[in-house]
Structure formats: C-alpha cells, structure tokens
Write a protein that binds this ligand. Structure first.
Ligand code: PHE
Length: 447
C-alpha cells in the first residue's frame, strides 16, 4: 500500500465524543470487572487498591498521553508511527513489542470474554440460580472444550466490528454500550452493598492492611495499571492515529483515566460485599467473578434476568476492548504488508484464535503438557505479557516521547503548567518507578 493509501485509510476518523467513548471502551473491560477484583483478592485487598491507584496516576496517565500524542502525530500503526517519528526503521522494530503484546492479550482475552457469554446464557436460562455448586460448575466448564466455541464467537464478532472500520464500526458500538454498562453497575453495587453483612467485604476493599502485600504486589499493581488503561500494547497509539487534530488530548487522558478507575471501583463494590456475605474466599483467583456473582444473583429477586444482563454487558464491554486489541496487530499488518483491512483482520483473527485454543485448554487440570513450571499456559501468558511486556514497552514509550522524539510537547497541546508537570512525570517519575518495580521483581534490587 502506498503512503497516500495509508493516509486515506487513516482518514476514517473518530468524532470527538466517539473517540473518548472508544478509548474508555478499550480500557474498560474484563480488566476492571474480572481481573481487578480477583487480583485485589490475591495480592492484598485495600492496600493493593491504593498501589493500583498510585500506579494509574503517577505512571499510567503520563504514558497514556504520550501514546496518544505518538499516534496522532505518527498517523500509523504503533510500529509505523514510532518509525516515522523516531526517524529510523529501528524504532519501527521496537514498536513491534506493543504489537506482539496486544496480539497475545487478544488470544487469552477472547477466551475469558467467551466465559462471560456462556455465563450470560446460563444465567438467562435459570441454571445459575437453582443453588448449583458454582465453584465446581466453573472448574468443569473452563477445563472443557466448550470455551473454545465461545472464543471463536467472540473473535468472529470482534473481527466483524473492526472490518467495518473506525467510525461505522468501532465508534458506533462503543457509544451505545459504555453508558448502559455504568448504569447497570451502579444498580448492582447498591444491591450488593445493602446485602446483610456487606461491611466485611467493604472493609477488605477500603481498609488497607499493608502487611497483606506480597513481593509481587507492586509488580502486579503496575501490570494491572497498564493492562487496564490499555497501555504498552499500542492500543492508544493506534487509536490516537484516528483522532482529530483539534481534540484536546489532555482532557481525553483525564476522562479515560478517571472513567477507568470508576468502573474498577464499582466492580469492587459489587464483588467484595457479595463474596464475604456468601462465604467465598477472596483469594479464589480467576474464577472469582464467576463463582461469587452467581451466588449473589441467586439471592436476588429476578436474579437470572439481572445476572444474565450483567454477564451479557460484561461480554460486550470485553468486546469493546478486544476490538482495540485486535485492531493493533491488524493495523500493523495493513501498514507493513499493504494488505486490505479485511484481509489483515481475517489473518490476525485466525492466528489469535489458534493461539487462544491451547491457552484455554491449559485450564484443564489434566492437560499436563500445557502446564509449565507449575503454571497453566493461560496464567503464564497473562502474567508475562501483563507484568513484564507491558511495563517494558511502557518504559520505552517514556523514553521515546520524553527524550527522543521532540514533537511530543507541541502535539500534547497542554497549558504550560500542565506541560511541565507532564514532562516531569514522563521523563523522570514514570520511568524510574517502572524500572524500580522491574528490578525489584527480578531480584536485582532488594528492599
Ligand atoms: N484494557 C482492557 C481491560 O481492562 C484490556 C485490553 C487489553 C484492552 C488489550 C486493549 C488491549 O479489560
């Protein structure tokens, strides 16, 4: 594809609210409602929540703005934009790191999004509300081949949305969904907080006990900040390329960051009261939402309807994120090989589906060949990508936008005071903190 054709493809742009909603849609998803509660349960409760908020504000937001400026100025895929702005092919090579990260994330993300669709069906059909053993039900389901069918459906739907392009596909879908989801979450949070005995869960979520933090807590909180804001995986660079020059990127950054935090906190307010009330351990792990919530829904009038709607909306929120995860490698293939949008999307979607299959199968206790070093392939890919690849590629973004590419300042369009603050965070605070966490985790640094 020639340069002018690439530019033509990029002339399919977001409207200004459409962009904010699409970016919130990318960031809000399973990360907030599935992952955040279960890792909060595993890695230290309220103290972990504080670490997470700290990472979002000090590291996440400065990098988010940097990624948006790179995308809007470079007007290409993550890799192409970095090559253009950095003035060398080598930077394009570096830009492959986020592209790889988002591809791998898509592979396991579509599996979990599939679980939520399955649970929506179970809930609507009343299976979840008749006092089943939710833990056994979940374990038997994830270990079977059924999730692969759902993974296929999720990947297909996601691909069908992005094939339609930016404004007709990605934007339209997000505009409808993101507001609907917040309303349902507020209703559920009120319901959960007014359950009898909700206090214990609320104090687990809000009253920090720093002795609960483990060696891994800081790394996981950092990884979660990246995962949740869709950073370090080229999403915000890729979406930035579809943003109009007149849009304020600073305002967008704040809206995305705060919006994302709101959804995560709402999810916590729903899950934690419920799990303590129904006697489920907060350290349950990846199944937490799928075990705790059905129990809570079962205790409500119209539980199957509310539960079904919740899981369906969650699946749709996951698809708005998956859309952005699949768009990153697809945009890369479009630019790098000059293929059409539909061929590129089809190619990446098939590959990602295939990689997702062993991830899903590895959750079967008997699939020993997919358990590596005591970890299932699923957890291993998630852990390495989220906690290592994303911070590493975020670190590269801070160096690129803070030191190498001089155009970031003008592109960000901030008032002088904000600009100074942003540059200080981007050039010093974020990279130093990311580096400290990585060094601490790898054992190079001891506290
Ligand atoms: N940010 C999304 C979430 O929290 C996850 C995501 C992953 C988005 C990869 C884009 C790309 O669910």
């Amino acid at each position: 594809m020639s340069d002018s054709e690439i530019n033509h493809a990029r002339s399919d742009r977001f409207s200004s609210t459409g962009f904010i909603l699409a970016a919130v849609g990318s960031s809000v998803g399973l990360g907030n409602m599935w992952k955040f509660p279960y890792i909060t349960g595993l890695y230290g409760g309220a103290a972990f929540v504080l670490l997470f908020i700290f990472c979002i504000l000090l590291i996440g937001l400065p990098i988010l703005l940097a990624e948006l400026t790179i995308g809007r100025s470079g007007r290409g895929s993550a890799s192409l934009s970095m090559a253009r702005l950095g003035g060398s092919k080598a930077w394009g090579g570096v830009g492959l790191l986020p592209v790889t990260a988002s591809f791998l994330i898509m592979a396991f993300y579509s599996v979990v999004a599939g679980w939520t669709l399955h649970y929506a069906m179970l809930s609507f059909s009343g299976v979840l509300t008749n006092g089943a053993n939710y833990e056994e039900l979940f374990a038997a389901f994830v270990g079977s081949w059924v999730p692969i069918c759902w993974e296929f459906i999720v990947t297909l739907v996601t691909a069908m949305i992005i094939v339609r392009g930016v404004s007709a596909g990605i934007e339209r879908f997000n505009k409808l969904l993101i507001p609907a989801l917040v309303l349902l979450l507020i209703v559920l949070a009120i319901r959960s907080m007014t359950l009898e005995g909700a206090g214990e869960g609320l104090s687990f979520f809000f009253r920090p006990d720093f002795s609960k933090l483990t060696t891994e807590s800081a790394l996981v909180a950092l990884g979660q900040a990246f995962f949740s804001l869709s950073l370090g995986m080229g999403t915000m660079m890729t979406y930035g390329a579809y943003v109009d020059k007149r849009q304020s990127l600073g305002t967008a950054t704040l809206a995305i960051g705060l919006g994302n935090l709101l959804y995560a906190l709402l999810a916590g307010l729903i899950i934690f009261p419920a799990i303590f009330v129904f006697g489920i351990a907060p350290t349950e792990g990846a199944g937490l939402v799928f075990v705790a919530l059905p129990a809570a829904f079962a205790a409500m009038p119209f539980g199957s309807l509310i539960g079904g709607t919740f899981f369906l909306l969650l699946a749709l929120a996951a698809i708005t994120s998956a859309v952005s995860a699949l768009e990153v490698p697809s945009a890369f293939v479009m630019d790098a090989f000059g293929w059409s949008r539909s061929t590129s999307v089809l190619f990446i979607a098939i590959l990602s589906f295939l990689v997702g299959v062993p991830c899903s199968l590895s959750l079967n206790q008997e699939a020993e060949w997919l358990i590596i070093g005591g970890q299932s392939l699923f957890n291993g890919v998630d852990f390495v990508v989220t906690n290592v690849l994303l911070p590493l590629s975020g670190l590269i973004v801070t160096i690129f936008a803070g030191y190498i590419w001089k155009g970031a300042r003008a592109e960000a369009g901030l008032h002088p005071g904000w600009l100074r603050l942003w540059l200080f965070m981007l050039r010093i605070v974020s990279p130093v903190l990311v580096l400290l966490v990585l060094l601490y985790y790898t054992g190079v640094l001891k506290l």
